[in-house]
Design a protein around this ligand. Sequence first.
Ligand code: BDR
Ligand code: CA
Length: 308
Amino acid sequence: KIPLLIDTDPGVDDALALLMAFNDPRHRVVGLTIAAGNVGLKHTVGNALKLCEVAGMDIPIFAGCAGPLLHPAPDAGYVHGENGFGDVAFEPARRSVEAEHAAQAILRLSHEHAGRLLLVALGPLTNIALALKLDPTLPQRVARFVVMGGAVTAHGNITPAAEFNVYFDPEAAHIVFEAFPQVELADWEATIAHGLLHDRVVEWLAADSDRARFYADISKKTREWSADRRGDHWFAADALGMAFALEPEGVVEEAHRPLAVDLGHGPARGMTVVDWRREGGHPDRFRILLRYDQARFEGLIQAALAAR
Ligand code: BDR
Ligand code: CA
């Protein structure tokens, strides 16, 4: 099986992506490294532990950085609930986090699975940036690097121009994006093109499994928030990123372009500037997901929720 390491800030859509990964027959999740982002680190770590407990997955979990590298940023508790899991009150998981720091775990696991590792980032890129500062040779040992982040024509979600994961820690995104020879990107705009009909999601959540029951609870608040503001579809960004990572065969349309992150402090902070003209002379290091097979995407989600 392909070893899969996921850096994540759960987060409701992160949780769905994790269930998809747990259910994948071709990959084995070798660790979860936890970022701050959607909510504070205490909650994102607690949520990862709880999700693994509910799903019966014994995967090592490593706590990472408690905030962005340079500039504090607001979280997304208003979308995901103040605890990141829809403000559902649950007993904390019985298991606790590993002693090793996420950045060190990323490096160690990259050695243990050198040349085979699939690294997937579903949150702000702080932990991976720190790992790169500790050891810039990390990319040489990663087979594929898939990121949910950015807004490739600057139609952002957290600001007009920027997507949340990049905006939360643009300096980290810059460090990470400069370091990897190829970055496979599922951005916010691809997410918008792959909305999930609320009615269909509700059907999937009715599956007779602990995973579906737990997920129905923790996602309720954000699905209602989304239905109020964004209409018939729910947008599960990290789930699309995970589909892209697990089954790249589902890609229908993609583009290869250079990309840079705006690190200024004006309205474009955190914007992912893609050179669509291709005239800047920079290599096309970003494989940008434009369209994914919707039926395959939905099938992965449905199966992940129904799994026991
Ligand atoms: C991204 O931001 C977070 O709120 C989600 O979990 C996802 O990773 C979407 O912009
Ligand atoms: Ca996330």
